[in-house]
Design a binder for this molecule. Structure first.
Ligand code: MRU
Length: 349
């Protein structure tokens, strides 16, 4: 399995996702500031991977004697949209508070152990998401995905790609269409690299081709990841996801979101409240360092968009599959439908 992030004696080691697929280079972050910079610069990216990196950053900071609040604040200031970052920091803060009065060596050991545990849990959670989602994938069809919600975006296995991996492991004959995902090209660079690595048949398309193929009848379903899901089921994910969701509904193609419970933000009533990261104009005006737009041009570069819940067929989590109305189902995971029924959406309808 592709190893996105690991804890070593020297520091936190990450595969550098800005350099894939041309170079497989590993970066060692030797202090918490380097971890924060790796998150900000997208050496590591994807909501669950960012969460694990932040937890390891906290552990590294405390290990080196940095002030706890400063470490947490520095990591929290890196990327605003993926709630997993804040979820991970809160978990580390709760543990730290519970250790008040303990010897410093014990506090350090406990924080490192917690970060390592979060990494292992994330892999197990993704495998559970895969088990719950595999039955929803239509056999003999193409699955469309956007961005990279794979092993690289998590501690391993992936959310959306985890569902695809589990469907393939279950014997389904599927192939994948991956949107290139402008402007950072997570689909072209990372999703195709991962799927090639696993020998899963995959085809690269540009974002603007998604409508053409959704209309063609070839696409059996769409599966994407998420950065934050509000209480009503609105989903923030990589910019371009909303367009895919609307086109999927127009063409009666089921649109699934695969995400761990740590991506739910039930404190937000709707997606309107989700903070959307704005990134550098250079990502839009330049293509791998080559300028493609005139000097001085006005640019917008929101890194995420919000897909309204009415376009979401179901949300696949480690606990099962939540269906509309999400305001009810997301608040009550115990009510979620049986999951690995083996039925596809068209069979359910
Ligand atoms: O800007 P990125 O690459 O961090 O955005 C990633 C995504 O939008 C993913 O789809 C999302 O984080 C889910 S990853 C399992």
């Amino acid at each position: 399995m592709i190893e996105t992030i690991r804890w070593t004696e020297d520091g936190v080691v990450m595969i550098d996702q800005t350099r894939l697929p041309r170079e497989e280079v590993y970066v060692t972050c030797r202090d918490y500031r380097a971890v924060a910079e790796a998150i900000r610069s997208m050496v590591i990216r994807g909501a669950p991977a960012i969460g694990v990196a932040a937890a390891m950053g906290v552990a590294l900071g405390v290990l080196h004697g940095a002030e706890f609040e400063t470490v947490c604040d520095t990591l929290a200031a890196t990327r605003p949209t993926a709630v997993n970052l804040f979820w991970a920091l809160e978990r580390m803060k709760r543990l730290y508070a519970s250790l008040r009065g303990c010897p410093i060596a014990e506090i350090r050991d406990c924080l490192v152990a917690e970060a390592l545990q979060m990494r292992l849990e994330d892999i197990a959670i993704n495998q559970a998401i895969g088990r719950h989602g595999a039955g929803l994938i239509p056999d003999g069809k193409t699955v469309l995905t956007h961005c990279n919600a794979g092993a690289l975006a998590t501690a391993g296995y992936g959310t959306a790609l985890g569902v695809i991996r589990a469907a393939v492991a279950a014997g389904k004959k599927i192939d994948v269409f991956a949107d290139e995902t402008r402007p950072f090209l997570q689909g072209a660079r990372l999703t195709l690299w991962e799927l090639q690595h696993d020998g899963i048949p995959a085809t690269l398309i540009t974002d603007s081709m998604a409508g053409h193929f959704l209309k063609s009848g070839r696409i059996g379903c769409v599966v994407v990841g998420a950065d934050r899901i509000a209480a009503n089921g609105d989903v923030a994910n990589k910019v371009g996801t909303y367009s895919v969701a609307v086109l999927a509904k127009e063409n009666n193609v089921p649109f699934y979101v695969a995400a761990p419970l740590s991506t739910l933000d039930l404190t937000l009533a709707s997606g309107d409240e989700i903070p959307i990261e704005q990134r550098s104009p250079d990502e839009v005006t330049h293509f791998f360092g080559v300028q493609v737009a005139p000097d001085g041009v006005a640019v917008e570069n929101p890194a995420f968009d919000v897909t309204p819940h009415r376009y979401v067929t179901a949300i696949i989590t480690e606990r099962g599959v939540a269906r509309p109305p999400f305001t009810e189902s997301l608040g009550r995971p115990t009510s979620w439908a049986g999951t690995n029924s083996g039925k596809t959406e068209s069979e359910r309808l």
